[in-house]
Design a protein around this ligand. Structure first.
Ligand SMILES: [Zn+2]
Length: 270
């Protein structure tokens, strides 16, 4: 078969796709999953302390080649492939420049399977890491939720607020706050809602009443200052004190739940 038929085969195989350059976020993820070292030779790819990924000592390699030779295509066509297309995150890995060069021109069955197994291990480790991270916070949230359900009327009276000059208000901060809240809502809203529901109606706890009390705090504070960032932090701080939680993130997640649930900060959650 000649070059023409190879192009045709590649065109017809939906796994093949035009080359795409990784974004800077992708670059950081690629470095993180191999722990900043070339997974083939162990060479350091970039210092962990360096914030921005610069591709001086590393390159992003395709595991299954973007443009296989006919020989590679015939050898690799029946083997497992990672991702939906050769341009997916799953089919790429960070390698040092030297290993990438060798790998690019000499990928045969053994080299392919070797790198494929390395990548699979990276993907699994990242998934486990992310899962345990979320889990950790969920336990903290559960504690916050549980303690919140035990608060009494006078506790809410403590939520006093000192007015801040209007000059302290920044719209940039509101943007940050908005993405922060929607991030928490996206990940934890169902979890927090279910945690509250489990306790609803038990030992005198009523989610409706708690929601209205918290909503009342938002409205009251909002009337004093339009600085939503400050109002948000103040309520986070109050919950943190009341529940004695050691996790600011857990408290922020719970306050974000109320922001969404009570539709306070309308223009923010929209
Ligand atoms: Zn290397």
């Amino acid at each position: 078969m000649g070059v023409g038929s190879l192009s045709k085969i590649i065109e017809e195989d939906p796994y093949h796709r035009e080359r795409e350059n990784p974004s800077s976020t992708d670059l950081r993820l690629y470095l993180r999953e191999v722990d900043y070292h070339c997974p083939l030779c162990g060479k350091e790819l970039q210092s962990r302390r360096q914030k921005k990924a610069t591709q001086q000592k590393f390159q992003i390699a395709h595991i299954y080649p973007n443009r296989p030779t006919m020989e590679q295509y015939m050898l690799l066509r029946c083997l497992e492939r990672l991702g939906e297309s050769c341009e997916d995150f799953e089919n790429k890995i960070a390698l040092c420049v030297e290993c990438h060069q060798t790998q690019d021109y000499h990928t045969m069955v053994d080299e392919y399977i070797h790198l494929l197994m390395i990548k699979k291990r990276c993907l699994l480790q990242t998934a486990l890491h992310d899962a345990t991270n979320t889990l950790g916070l969920e336990m903290e949230i559960e504690e916050v939720v549980e303690k919140l359900t035990k608060l009494l009327e006078p506790d809410f009276a403590e939520l006093n607020y000192e007015p801040v000059p209007i000059a302290n208000k920044f719209t940039n901060q509101e943007l940050l706050l908005k993405s922060k809240i929607s991030g928490y809502v996206m990940i934890f809203y169902p979890y927090i809602r279910d945690s509250f529901r489990k306790l609803d109606g038990k030992n005198g706890f009523n989610l409706q009443i708690l929601s209205e009390q918290i909503r009342g705090c938002f409205v009251k504070m909002d009337g004093i200052s339009k600085d939503k960032f400050l109002v948000f932090s103040k309520i986070v701080e109050w919950i943190k004190n009341k529940t004695q939680s050691s996790s600011v993130e857990a408290c922020e997640a719970v306050v974000s739940f109320f922001v969404q649930n009570c539709e306070v900060f309308n223009e923010i959650t929209e």
